[in-house]
Design a binder for this molecule. Structure first.
Ligand SMILES: Cc1cc2nc3c(=O)[nH]c(=O)nc-3n(C[C@H](O)[C@H](O)[C@H](O)COP(=O)(O)O)c2cc1C
Length: 181
């Protein structure tokens, strides 16, 4: 499939089938993420794949409850990916300070979307998750205190016939301009 067709086909998936995801497919998604660009080639990411039922159960119960229970659809995902933001290279951090930009968030965004698009090509659905209990996730996955888990991904097979309408997007005229804002 052409890249633009994969991009057009992708939606956030919140209903997953119980079918397990093959390790080979996960490895391809990880390879796509690994090859992502990053400021100063800092590669400030580590993807923790949670596919063990017991760990995933503990993680989902802790991460998606209370104020975060609106994300509880992710409990049924066959796997959860915790995107750990690693310490960026010194040059990236200095550059970010001078520019007043958190380049590491841009970096993990690109790498995670590489993962997502590769997953889509392999027939897997994904949903980015920003609404979860980060402290609980870090504790259960043994993530060091000085690291962040800014996003999770829910990943799995899904029933393509049951997807809703695609979300609306702004028009090209609204989002782009040539030569002047
Ligand atoms: C950084 C980020 C965080 C998100 N967090 C959540 C979330 O916590 N829960 C959720 O249901 N969807 C979440 N989403 C999915 C968005 O709601 C979704 O991408 C958007 O509504 C567009 O819909 P589409 O992905 O189906 O095109 C998140 C997406 C991004 C990029």
């Amino acid at each position: 499939m052409k890249l633009l067709d994969i991009i057009k086909q992708r939606r956030s998936v919140r209903n997953f089938l119980s079918r397990p995801v093959e390790r080979e497919k996960i490895m391809l998604c990880l390879e796509a993420a690994r090859l992502a660009p990053s400021a100063c080639n800092s590669q400030p990411w580590k993807f923790v794949i949670v596919d063990d039922e017991e760990t995933k159960g503990r993680l989902s119960r802790a991460a998606f409850s209370g104020v975060y229970s609106m994300t509880s659809f992710a409990k049924k995902a066959p796997l959860i990916v915790a995107v750990v933001s690693e310490k960026a290279k010194f040059s990236e951090r200095i550059g970010g300070l001078i520019r007043d930009t958190r380049f590491y968030l841009i970096d993990i965004g690109i790498a995670t979307e590489h993962f997502v698009l590769q997953a889509e090509e392999l027939g897997l659905g994904t949903c980015w998750i920003g609404w979860f209990d980060e402290g609980a996730v870090k504790k259960i996955l043994n993530v060091p205190r000085d690291r962040r888990v800014d996003v999770l991904l829910a990943v799995g097979y899904y029933d393509k016939g049951k997807l809703g309408q695609p979300h609306k997007r702004d028009s090209l005229e609204e989002i782009a301009a040539f030569n002047s804002y």
